[in-house]
Design a protein around this ligand. Structure first.
Ligand code: MRU
Length: 363
């Protein structure tokens, strides 16, 4: 039988002008692939978390802008670029925190502009078909790079672990949040292939249960020793000595190393510091935003109250009219982070210096 790991999180079905995603809101009960064809379908899929996780959102946005521009009726370079910008701004408005969304859209636009400039220098005029082909190749490159980057994060993260370690993770920074391996789960998958016999604990991750529905599902499907816990249980298993390392993903790392990830991550980091357990943030460089100076500058998405009051239960779970606070993410202070695991290696504090040097060395 096909496992959830045999499906692609995001794929381009170019022949029918569609992006194919697994509708993650239905997992683990139902594995349903859906086609996204219009701007509204792509926007809604990102907003509704049918496709989610920073890198997967970026890949989906890259394919999305390509699919939308493939239908462009523009008859000049100016018209094409203005339509591209409109579509880019629209897709970018679907979710504010994961920087991979704007990163992928900017990358696609930049590629188009530099291609048009090169063509001009070579004396060629604007050729829409050629630009569309460049967009296709760039969107597939973003996806291929995501797989390579996650594998390298896995190799670098694995150097921080020992056989038999207990690992805690929060939310889903797994294969379902990327195109393969995940970020926080990549060291776990690679270690599993190499006989590390990890014991993984997944925070269920309220309110939308990405830890229970997605991370526990994919790790368990891979045959990894997986235990699901409620979010309020992590301190007790840390105190009991069951956790040797914590690995989480992130949605945006600021230039000073503060890291935004799913709400509740900073609670785990704070408790880990108390118990002296290393807390690692796994971040592809596409998630590090040098234009965001500190965590205070990261826009935190606020989501609708019903996610807290009404979902996952047949009746409303909270009194009518009660006030609800529902931020999707929080920021973990860089002082609580033991290392940031990137595709280029493990960065250590002081992060402002380490991040700057990493970008300079890998231009
Ligand atoms: O709201 P979500 O499900 O998109 O939140 C996802 C997370 O917080 C992930 O940990 C993060 O995007 C990193 S994914 C590699």
């Amino acid at each position: 039988m096909k496992s959830i790991l045999d499906y692609e999180t995001v794929a381009l079905a170019d022949e029918r002008d569609a992006i194919v995603i697994i509708d993650q809101t239905l997992l683990p009960g139902q594995t349903k692939l859906i086609d996204l064809k219009t701007g509204e379908e792509i926007w809604n899929a990102i907003y509704l978390l049918q496709v989610r996780g920073a890198p997967a959102i970026g890949v989906c946005a890259g394919f999305g802008i390509y699919i939308l521009m493939k239908h462009s009726k523009a008859s000049s370079e100016e018209e094409f670029l203005s339509e591209l910008k409109k579509n880019k701004d629209y897709l970018n408005s679907s979710r504010p925190t994961a920087v991979n969304l704007s990163w992928a859209l900017e990358r696609m636009e930049h590629k188009v502009i530099s291609f048009i400039e090169e063509e001009k220098r070579a004396g060629r005029s604007f050729d829409k078909e050629a630009v569309i082909k460049v967009m296709h190749d760039e969107s597939e490159a973003i996806k291929a790079e995501d797989i390579d980057v996650c594998r390298r994060i896995g190799e670098n993260g694995l150097t921080l672990l020992k056989k038999g370690d207990g690992i805690l993770t929060h939310c889903n920074a797994g294969q379902l949040a990327t195109c393969k391996y995940g970020t926080a789960t990549a060291p776990i998958y690679l270690g599993h292939e190499r006989g590390y016999d990890f014991h993984v604990y997944c925070d269920e991750t309220r309110p939308l249960l990405q830890g229970a529905r997605l991370t526990a599902y994919e790790l368990h499907s891979a045959g990894i020793d997986t235990t699901l816990i409620c979010d309020n249980m992590s301190a007790s298993i840390m105190k009991a000595g069951k956790i040797q390392a914590i690995f989480v993903g992130c949605d945006r790392v600021a230039a000073n190393g503060d890291a935004a990830n799913k709400i509740g991550t900073s609670v785990v980091a704070t408790v880990a510091k108390h118990y002296g357990i290393p807390f690692y943030v796994c971040a592809p460089t596409s998630t590090i935003d040098m234009n965001t100076f500190t965590g205070d500058d990261i826009v935190i998405e606020q989501r609708k109250p019903e996610e807290v009051t009404d979902m996952w239960y047949k009746e409303r779970m909270a009194p009518e009219g009660v006030k609800v606070y529902n931020p999707a993410f929080d920021v973990t202070d860089n002082s609580l982070i033991s290392g940031i695991v990137t595709e280029y290696g493990v960065l250590r504090a002081p992060y402002d210096k380490a991040i700057k040097e990493m970008f300079e060395q890998n231009k």
